[in-house]
Structures are given as structure tokens and as C-alpha cells.
Design a protein around this ligand. Structure first.
Ligand code: C2E
Ligand code: CA
Ligand code: CA
Length: 586
């Protein structure tokens, strides 16, 4: 099927769905009437309703809920349907809101008056089920067509500048109410006029269509692949200018995410476009403005993004420009980090530190957690919190992870050589590694080459990242367990903590997240959470480790609660290999 045909089908399907997604508001002083109409409409598939019994409230609720269609009764006490109709039509933004009047069929005079005041259609009371369905659908479809003309670009079928401005207003509302940050990206195609002039305007049109397809695909991929890194960011693309597009990135927790999406866009734009059998390269510049840093209203944010874009266009070195200097610096830093990370393994810049894992009753060190460190050329130690997300995003985590497992196995042999009590190691595995194709075979090979007892190796996986695709993950974890390794759930308590899924996971150990330990002595809530985690853990026969234990007081409470093991600065920070060797000899 051609790309274009598929696109048309998609548009049609989404239109049907869009109609059923309409918010239907009803104003009637008889609640029973509204219930009947609602039930009829629900049977067809509509599911968003706003029912208003007090006609005095109608206008206020209308503005709050922004419905797609209004079903209005005429005869009501206090404020009549005529009054509401008049007031709604006076508001410019509701000039085209479809309004269906419910009235008795015989009352020709009322009908005429309502029509004169701007009613869209009529429905006779009592309402006939099939007539209702048809009238609502037709009215909504007409509205959708009108919207399509008013709010969508006919070439790319993307929402246009009008809708973009509306959405920015929404983002601003959500931003202020829920303290959410968002970013606006202004994307310019610099050489569109050259393409139009040299190959004709239809080539220019093709370029714009292909650009919109590529960016849409990129957005889908980002959505699917990198939830962990991007969080719940919602990305929307608009055609806002003849030679440009805009994006809104809602709910971004830091500017770094905006930088990531921006560089992905630049990446997809760099590849040549096939236009009528010739490779066409386009030059792109992107300006980024962040709320609230770069502006607190739509106009200043749009201006900031557009001027950043123009600045980028005139500068040959970088095609991306953030409105604020701080974010520009952060972005450049990330780019340079990414390129240095690429070679870090070869240059042997990674080191492993080991944090002792201690038995809570005997205070005896029974193992350690392996924690990765990156020592850069300038002899600076960079925290894994900074570079692990980049390593995951770029896929570098796969070779780095293999190296960590190999090193951990080597040290297990060294440290267990002269010991009667077995010493075990925990390694952190990211979900990206876990789901990589060769993970199981790699781990099997490394273990058999090093001849270690696999039960000395525990694999830690963060709880919050386990939930997605849980069935596949259960299978992989079960295979690891079949090989003899142990499984630990890291940062337990911070994720969804559904105790139901825990029963189904092949686990040996839970690690209580340090955030509960740090306010254990002050916060009754944390205490309660820890008690219930320990109860659960015991009932499933699992080992429980408390992380981030820093004080004697915390340790005492954990002893009382019968936790099994702990880690934390109280016993020791993560140590370089030599220091852990020293500690083991004692
Ligand atoms: P995590 O697995 O939860 O590791 C525990 C973190 O808490 C470590 O930070 C550790 O240094 C720190 N910590 C230990 N005791 C205390 C304490 O008493 N108080 C406080 N405030 N902190 C304590 P680190 O080493 O910076 O690691 C951060 C995260 O990076 C780790 O969290 C883990 O998610 C990730 N990471 C570290 N090494 C690796 C690795 O080899 N592979 C992968 N995939 N991720 C790793
Ligand atoms: Ca860990
Ligand atoms: Ca942890």
C-alpha cells in the first residue's frame, strides 16, 4: 500500500474516532431527560458528557469544559435556552459551536426564534433514538470538516498555526496549575525557497510532506523506545509556517529531554530526501524555548523560540539554539559527554567501585554491590546518574554492561579464593540490556569462561522499569534464574509496587529504596511502608536489603523490623577494588 493511501486511511479512521471522542454537553432542568439522551448516545459509542441541570451555571461550565457540541433545552426556569443561546453566540470563541435545540415539534415559532439566534439544528421531544444519533453525528462531522479547514494544513494534514496557538495556551494552563514544564521548538527549513526555485514548487511540497512523515515517525519511536529516559513527555507536531514546523513538548521534567528530542529531529533531517529520483539535502535550524525559563506567556515563548531559530540559522556551527544560555551550555555539555562516552570503554576510563552489603544481625560483610564510575581524561569522576541515561539512550550500555559482568566475575574469583564464607556480588542491569538480543547468551558465556558459581552473582533491576512488557521480562528473568543467578528488585517501593506482580516474578531479593530509609526516623509513612515491604518480603521468602543507611538510629529500627541486610555510608561508601580487598583481609 502506498504511503499516501495509508495516510488517508489513517486520517479517516482517526476522524471517526475523533467524532466519538467529542465532549457532549447538555443543559436541561429535567435530569431524567438528560439521562435518557446520554444512554442513547452511550450505546452508539460516545463517552464524554457534561450534564448541567441548573441553567444559571451553563455558561460557566461551558467555558470550563470546552465541549464540542451543546444540546440545549429551551424552556427552563431562571435562565432560558434562548438566553443561553444568545450569550454563547456573543462569545467569539463559540461562534461556531454546534448547538442542537431540544423542543416540542409543534412549536414553530420557538424554532424560528432559535434559528434566528444561531441554533445549528433541532431535535423533537421526546427524543427518537436513531434521529438523535444521526443529528449528533452529522453536526459533529460538519464541525470536524469546518475545523479541518480552519485548523489543519491541507498539504501535510498537520494541525496549523491556529491550533498551535490554542495548544500553547492549554500547555500554559497545565503548566501553571500542575507545575509542569514544557518546551516549544521552532523548526525552519532554510533552503525551501532554493528547492522551490530550482526543482519547482511541487518538489518543495514533497519535501515538506516527507519532513512531516519523518518527524512523526521519530516521535512514535521516541514514545515507544525511550519512555525511561524521556518520562511521560507528550510531543505534538504542527505546521505553523510556509517553511516551518513547530513542536510542543509537554511535561518535560528537564531541559535535557528537550535537547534529546531536538537532536533526534536534526538527525532525521540530515539524511537526504528522495525527490523525483534525486537526493535532496535540506538545511534545518531549530530554536527552543522553555516554559517557564524563557517566558510566562505564549507571545514571549513563541518569540524566544523564533529568535533562537533565526540565531541558529545565521550561525554555521550549530543548527540548534536554545533561548536561554544555561540550557545552551547544558546541551553542548551533553553533546560532548556523548562523544567522549563513545570512546570511554576503549580508553579504559571505566572503573568499578564496590559497596559492602552487610548482614544486619552479625554486621558481617557478605557481599557488595558493583557501582560503575567514569574517570575522564581530566581525571574527573563522573556520576553514573549523569552518564548511564546517555549510555542507555545511545546503546553504549550494551558493551559497557558486558565489561562490567566480566570484571565482576573476575573479582568474584579473586575474592573467593581464600574464603570459607562465600562472597557475592550484585550488579545493576538496565532494562535496555535486559531486553537486548544477546544478553542471555553473553552472560552465559562470561560465566562459563570465568568458572564462577553463578549463585554468587545477583542481577539488580529497577522496579519501576519492570512493569512494561512484564511477560517478556518474566521470561528473561526466569532464564537467568535457570542459569543459577539470583534476581534482585532495586529501588523497591518507588515504582508501582503492585504486590500482585511480585508473586509472579522469579525474585530472590528486594532492595528498599534509600529515600524511605533517609526519612525513616522522622516520617511515620516511610516507617509504615518499610514495615509492609518487610512483611511482604518475608511472606514470599525473599531476602531484604535496606539501601542508604547512614545512621545508627536507622539501623536500630531496621534491626527491630527484622530486615536482613543493609548498605550505606554508615558501614562504608562504595570503595575502589583495592580498598575492598583490604577490608576483606581483616
Ligand atoms: P542504585 O543502584 O540505587 O545505587 C545506589 C546508589 O546510592 C549509589 O549511587 C550509591 O553510591 C548510593 N549510596 C550508597 N550508600 C549511600 C548512603 O548511605 N547515602 C546516600 N545518600 N547514597 C548512598 P551511585 O553509585 O551514584 O549510582 C547511582 C545509580 O546509577 C545506581 O543507583 C544505579 O541505578 C546506576 N548504576 C550504577 N552503576 C551501574 C551499573 O554498573 N550499571 C547500570 N546499569 N547502572 C548503574
Ligand atoms: Ca542498585
Ligand atoms: Ca537502589
Amino acid at each position: 500500500m502506498s504511503e499516501l493511501l495509508q495516510e488517508k486511511i489513517n486520517v479517516k479512521d482517526s476522524l471517526q474516532k475523533q467524532l466519538l471522542d467529542a465532549t457532549i454537553m447538555m443543559v436541561d432542568d429535567e435530569p431524567l431527560n438528560m439521562e435518557v439522551v446520554k444512554t442513547f448516545l452511550e450505546e452508539i459509542g460516545y463517552h464524554k458528557f457534561v450534564l448541567v441541570e441548573k441553567s444559571t451555571q451553563a455558561l460557566k461550565i461551558l467555558e470550563e469544559t470546552n465541549p464540542d457540541i451543546l444540546l440545549l433545552d429551551l424552556i427552563m426556569p431562571d435562565v432560558s435556552g434562548f438566553d443561553i443561546l444568545t450569550a454563547v453566540r456573543e462569545l467569539q470563541k463559540y461562534e461556531f459551536l454546534p448547538i442542537i435545540i431540544l423542543t416540542s415539534s409543534t412549536d414553530a415559532e420557538s424554532k424560528l426564534r432559535a434559528l434566528d439566534l444561531g441554533a445549528t439544528d433541532f431535535l423533537s421531544k421526546p427524543v427518537d433514538e436513531s434521529e438523535l444519533g444521526l443529528r449528533v453525528r452529522n453536526t459533529l462531522a460538519a464541525k470536524a470538516y469546518q475545523d479541518q479547514l480552519a485548523y489543519y494544513d491541507p498539504l501535510t494534514k498537520l494541525p496549523n498555526r491556529e491550533l498551535f496557538l490554542q495548544r500553547v495556551e492549554w500547555s500554559l494552563k497545565a503548566g501553571t496549575r500542575f507545575k509542569e514544564n514544557f518546551a516549544i521548538l521552532s523548526i525552519g527549513v532554510n533552503n525551501l525557497s532554493t528547492i522551490n526555485a530550482s526543482s519547482g514548487p511541487s518538489s518543495g511540497d514533497m519535501v515538506l510532506m516527507k519532513i512531516s512523515h519523518r518527524i512523526k515517525r521519530m516521535i512514535r519511536n521516541v514514545d515507544v523506545l525511550t519512555k525511561e529516559t524521556y518520562g511521560n513527555t507528550e510531543i505534538n507536531l504542527f505546521r505553523t509556517e510556509g517553511s516551518g514546523f513547530s513542536l510542543i513538548l509537554n511535561r518535560i521534567d528537564n531541559s535535557e529531554n528537550a535537547a534529546l528530542v531536538t537532536s533526534r529531529i536534526l538527525e532525521v533531517m540530515e539524511k537526504p530526501f528522495q525527490i523525483e529520483n534525486t537526493e535532496t539535502f535540506i538545511s534545518t535550524s531549530i530554536g527552543v524555548a522553555m516554559y517557564p525559563e524563557d517566558g510566562s506567556d505564549a507571545a514571549s515563548l513563541l518569540h524566544a523560540a523564533a529568535s533562537a531559530r533565526d540565531y541558529a540559522k545565521n550561525k554555521s556551527s550549530s543548527m540548534i539554539q536554545f533561548a536561554s544560555d544555561a540550557i545552551n551550555r547544558a546541551y553542548k555539555q551533553r553533546l560532548s559527554l556523548e562523544s567522549r562516552l563513545r570512546n570511554a570503554l576503549e580508553r579504559e576510563e571505566f572503573v568499578l567501585h564496590y559497596q559492602p552489603k552487610v548482614d544486619i544481625t552479625s554486621n558481617f560483610m557478605c557481599g557488595a554491590e558493583v557501582l560503575l564510575r567514569w574517570r575522564t581524561e581530566e581525571n574527573k569522576l563522573i556520576s553514573p546518574d549523569i552518564f548511564i541515561p546517555i549510555a542507555e539512550e545511545t546503546g553504549f550500555i550494551i558493551p559497557i554492561g558486558k565489561w562490567i559482568i566480566t570484571e565482576a566475575c573476575r573479582m568474584l574469583n579473586v575474592w573467593n579464593e581464600k574464603r570459607s564464607e562465600p562472597f557475592s556480588l550484585n550488579i545493576n542491569i538496565s532494562v535496555k540490556q535486559l531486553s537486548s538480543e544477546d544478553f542471555l547468551s553473553d552472560i552465559l558465556r562470561i560465566i562459563s569462561q570465568s568458572h564462577i558459581d553463578p549463585s554468587l552473582l545477583t542481577v539488580e533491576i529497577t522496579e519501576s522499569l519492570l512493569i512494561e512488557n512484564i511477560e517478556t521480562k518474566i521470561t528473561i528473568l526466569q532464564k537467568l534464574k535457570d542459569m543459577g543467578l539470583k534476581i534482585s528488585i532495586d529501588d523497591f517501593g518507588t515504582g508501582y509496587s503492585s504486590f500482585n506482580y511480585l508473586r509472579r516474578l522469579p525474585v530472590d531479593e528486594l532492595k528498599i529504596d534509600g529515600s524511605f530509609i533517609s526519612d525513616l526516623t522522622e516520617n511515620d509513612n516511610s516507617h509504615a511502608i518499610i514495615s509492609s515491604i518487610l512483611y511482604l518480603s518475608r511472606s514470599l521468602g525473599l531476602n531484604t536489603v535496606a539501601e542508604g543507611v547512614e545512621t545508627e538510629e536507622q539501623l536500630k529500627l531496621l534491626q527491630m523490623e527484622q530486615c536482613n541486610q543493609y548498605q550505606g555510608y554508615l558501614f562504608s561508601k562504595p570503595l575502589p577494588e583495592s580498598e575492598l580487598s583490604g577490608l576483606l583481609k581483616k
